[in-house]
Design a binder for this molecule. Structure first.
Ligand code: MLT
Ligand code: ZN
Length: 461
């Protein structure tokens, strides 16, 4: 609970128009893409780092939780106010401050929507590669908090690889600068790298300096159809063996194809049990050459069909359909848990057989899709929470899934973060001393535990 005197103080600090306290107004700020829901006590719209600093000083004095929130598209519940408190939204941090084509950097406030930045830099023939499926609805700050990956990670890496420095407000109210605005820098501990992926638990990031690269002059998008997921993922290994690194290499299994079939804009016959969407980029001669090599590899590996999108609008349609898989699988069942495990690329066929067996064992449909090029598969366990015999099984399915992934030398989260939904499983992957050192880092930043409590750690820090 936030004491009334603290709410009055907040309204004085930010202006009453920037603080919400009516229950009806609060509800939308208590949910995200997990569809879980928790009610905050209040929501604030700070306008600059100083506002956030004052909020955090007050929260330390009055002892209430503060939960930073980007666009609310998170998949692990990182922005949910699990213990009530004040949600601070970054909506007003929506300016692109600088795009510098000579130093190849951009400076942006963290509420900027990722695709808005991508479009702006591309007007100058520059490129910001991190490309989560949610690019049109997620914010740069949310991407940084979760170290988002996405479709182009296979070639270009993840958000962390593009963050050079930032302005961050510590939970105790100090405003710090980390990192550099130059191409390199090694002064002191790398706080920038620590804060990227810290899921809003160590600081509130208000602006960032991002690395840009020149925009590849052309792209080529292709779709290959396979009888089974195993055949599709074996093809992925075939490409890696032949040293081909596509820009994107995405898998959809049969359930996912069914859920976006109409949106693909190209016909997919019923005997197709999996498809790969593949993109290459670079000079036209290179994309032409790689496109041909990829076609040969797919056909040699037993593809039932192979098409290259001849027009940009056909390619856009395919990618749009891919980005819509996550919400579209709800057409199949009303509820799902959505995981983002990673396994070594060479073991994806073994993993897909395991998934088939897991679905059969628990009699639940399991949809698999995502970033096959880097072994990062979104495993969606579909169920109906109104059917208790189904809902009761989900936790066991997830635990068995994670056990197998770890046995295969994989990881339980490639890009969505631990947040709330995976906190109970953290100790399956990390040793006790590793968790304890993280807890000590958390305490060093946030001695009173007011910033985004209840996340990452399986116990109260
Ligand atoms: C995706 O790749 O579609 C996103 O990470 C979202 C999801 O896992 O569902
Ligand atoms: Zn993804």
């Amino acid at each position: 609970m936030i004491p009334d005197r603290a709410l009055r103080k907040l309204k004085d600090l930010l202006g009453p128009e920037n603080v919400l306290t009516r229950r009806d107004d609060l509800a939308p700020f208590g949910t995200d893409a997990t569809k879980l829901s928790y009610m905050p006590d209040a929501v604030a719209f700070p306008g600059n780092a100083q506002d956030i600093s004052r909020i955090l000083v007050l929260a330390n004095q009055e002892d209430f939780p503060v939960i930073p929130r980007g666009a609310g598209s998170g998949k692990s519940g990182g922005a949910l106010p699990v213990r009530g408190g004040l949600v601070i939204t970054m909506d007003r941090f929506n300016r692109i401050l600088l795009i510098d084509p000579e130093n190849l950097i951009a400076k942006v406030e963290t509420g900027v929507i990722t695709s808005v930045l991508q479009e702006e830099v591309e007007k100058l023939d520059l490129f910001y590669p991190p490309d989560p499926a949610s690019t049109k609805i997620s914010s740069i700050g949310g991407n940084i908090a979760e170290n988002a990956g996405g479709l182009r990670a296979v070639k270009y890496g993840v958000t962390r690889d593009y963050v050079l420095g930032m302005t961050a407000v510590l939970p105790t109210g100090e405003v710090i600068k980390t990192g550099v605005e130059t191409a390199k820098g090694v002064v002191g501990y790398d706080l920038t790298r620590l804060l990227v992926g810290s899921e809003g638990t160590l600081a509130v990031i208000t602006d960032v300096t991002l690395r840009l690269i020149p925009k590849p002059p052309s792209t080529k998008t292709m779709m290959a159809l396979f009888p089974t997921v195993s055949a599709a993922v074996e093809t992925v290994s075939g490409m890696t063996r032949r040293k081909i690194v596509p820009t994107a290499l995405e898998l959809l299994d049969r359930l996912c194809i069914d859920s976006v079939r109409e949106e693909l804009g190209m016909s997919v016959p019923p005997e197709c049990g999996a498809l790969l969407l593949i993109e290459v980029d670079g000079e036209k001669t290179i994309t032409k050459r790689d496109g041909k090599r990829i076609r040969d590899i797919c056909l040699e590996s037993g593809a039932l069909g192979f098409v290259a999108a001849s027009r940009k609008r056909d390619a856009d349609k395919l990618w749009e359909a891919r980005r819509n898989v996550s919400p579209s699988v709800y057409k199949l069942r009303p509820d799902k848990v959505s995981e983002d495990i990673v396994v070594p690329r060479t073991r994806m066929a073994e993993f897909s057989s395991f998934l088939d067996a897991l679905g059969r064992k628990y009699e639940l449909p399991i949809a698999a899709y995502g970033h096959a090029g880097d072994g990062n598969i979104h495993v969606n366990v579909l169920f109906d929470k109104k059917a208790p015999e189904e809902a009761d099984k989900v936790e066991r399915v997830v635990r068995e899934l994670f056990r197998k992934v770890l046995e295969m030398k994989g990881t339980i989260s490639g890009e969505h973060g631990i947040g709330l939904t995976k906190a109970a499983y953290l100790d399956m992957e990390l040793s006790r001393p590793a968790i304890e050192v993280m807890a000590r880092i958390k305490l060093a930043f946030d001695p009173k535990g007011i910033l985004n409590p209840g996340k990452i750690f399986p116990y109260k820090v």
